[in-house]
Design a protein around this ligand. Structure first.
Ligand SMILES: [Cu+2]
Length: 383
């Protein structure tokens, strides 16, 4: 059989045309993929965002999530029942105002970041009725409190995780005295960091049972403050990167003290001559913060809540605080002015980890405008 040369030629031309078309289509789609304008979530697809919004927050749209600000903070009181101090705690999906007009999708104990302070005396019998209003399972760990094993709040080890809409009752004796805290411990050992990064933590202060050892009450300190440190990765649209799959990065851009970024941190207001106790708790999941106070030295009076004997109290002006650590420091207010107390990892200070130490009559701080995500320059929408 004779080969039809004309046919072969047409075949080759057809192949060539098809190849050229394929190359054009491929190039155009690659160019579109690489050069299309990034979505406001910094490269996360709308579908991933939608499923994270539903899966982590329980809402279809961020606009439906309740907004909570520092004005919504409610101190947590207890009911005394049969000699037991009974507290009610819940975990809630919220949009937390971390600086004036700027919001992050978060989880908050009782709808607050940090969660409300729990304050009891050493030896108190404490019952915490915890309800999980999140779409994910979780549990509460009492950090530094010597609870019985079954009350330790570690899912898969000491208890079943508390499922959405379920309630778990923690009960234990509050000991030892000192600066303790509580935080989520995940639904399993795979998501502890994620749940902490969503904002689930709060101070748990155990006062001495002996009145003469109490702080405010016997006049040992004139002022007392508790500072909870935390770091966040917040997308330009206010999405907490911790809620996105595979996004547990170290790319933090917002650093908060008591849930707020400078210049909107709540100042430490003192008067000249005050003896001031500051409890520092690093509640973040991953980053140490060398905290530096301008214009003063301070004395470390407790480490991880445990008192340091007078002869061993070190005097410093910069104190590194690792995740999970607590330091109680004593400051004598003898140098009037408005001073800053800030993280000396200066990227963290830039991202908001600064709090004014402000003397009466010196409220003359010149505040820059509120910032959200440093360096990105995106406007974030609030409610
Ligand atoms: Cu820091």
């Amino acid at each position: 059989m004779r080969i039809n040369e004309k046919k072969v030629a047409s075949f080759i031309i057809a192949i060539l045309i098809l190849s050229i078309l394929a190359i054009i289509i491929l190039s155009v789609s690659m160019a579109w993929f690489f050069f299309k304008s990034p979505p406001k979530t910094g490269g996360i697809s709308e579908n991933v965002l939608k499923s994270s919004m539903k899966g982590m927050m329980g809402y279809a749209s961020p606009d439906d999530i309740p907004i909570r600000t520092p004005h919504d903070r409610t101190p947590l009181s207890f009911n005394e029942k049969d000699g037991v101090k009974e507290f009610r705690l819940s975990a809630e999906p919220i949009r937390w105002e971390y600086a004036n007009g700027y919001y992050v999708t978060a989880w908050g104990f009782n709808g607050q970041v940090p969660g409300p302070e729990i304050r009891v005396s050493e030896g108190d019998r404490v019952r915490i009725i915890f309800t999980n209003n999140l779409p994910k399972a979780t549990a509460v760990h009492w950090h530094g409190v010597n609870v019985p094993n079954g009350m330790d709040g570690v899912p898969g080890v000491t208890q079943e995780a508390v499922k959405p809409n379920e309630t778990f009752v923690y009960e234990f004796t509050a000991e030892p005295k000192g600066t303790r805290y509580y935080h989520a411990h995940g639904s399993s050992h795979m998501d502890e960091a994620q749940q902490l990064d969503m904002g689930l933590y709060g101070a748990f202060i155990i006062e001495p049972s002996n009145f003469s050892e109490k702080l405010h009450q016997n006049g040992k300190y004139d002022k007392e403050f508790t500072l909870l440190l935390d770091e966040w990765e917040i997308m330009p649209d206010g999405t907490n990167a911790a809620m996105l799959p595979g996004m547990h990065s170290m790319d933090h851009n917002v650093f908060t003290i008591n849930g707020r970024a400078f210049p909107d941190t709540e100042p430490l207001n003192v008067a000249e001559g005050d003896k001031v106790l500051v409890r520092i708790i690093n509640a973040g999941s991953s980053t140490a913060h060398p905290m530096h106070l301008h214009g003063h030295s301070f004395k470390i009076v407790a480490v991880d809540g445990n008192p340091v004997q007078a002869g061993a109290q070190i005097v410093r002006d910069t104190l590194p605080v690792s995740p999970g650590e607590r330091y109680d420091i004593e400051i004598t207010a003898g140098n009037p002015g408005t001073w800053i107390f800030h993280c000396h990892e200066l990227h963290h200070a830039d991202g908001g980890m600064i709090i004014p130490f402000m003397y009466e009559g010196y409220d003359n701080i010149s505040r820059p405008p509120s910032q959200k995500v440093p360096g990105l320059g995106h406007e974030m929408h609030g409610g």
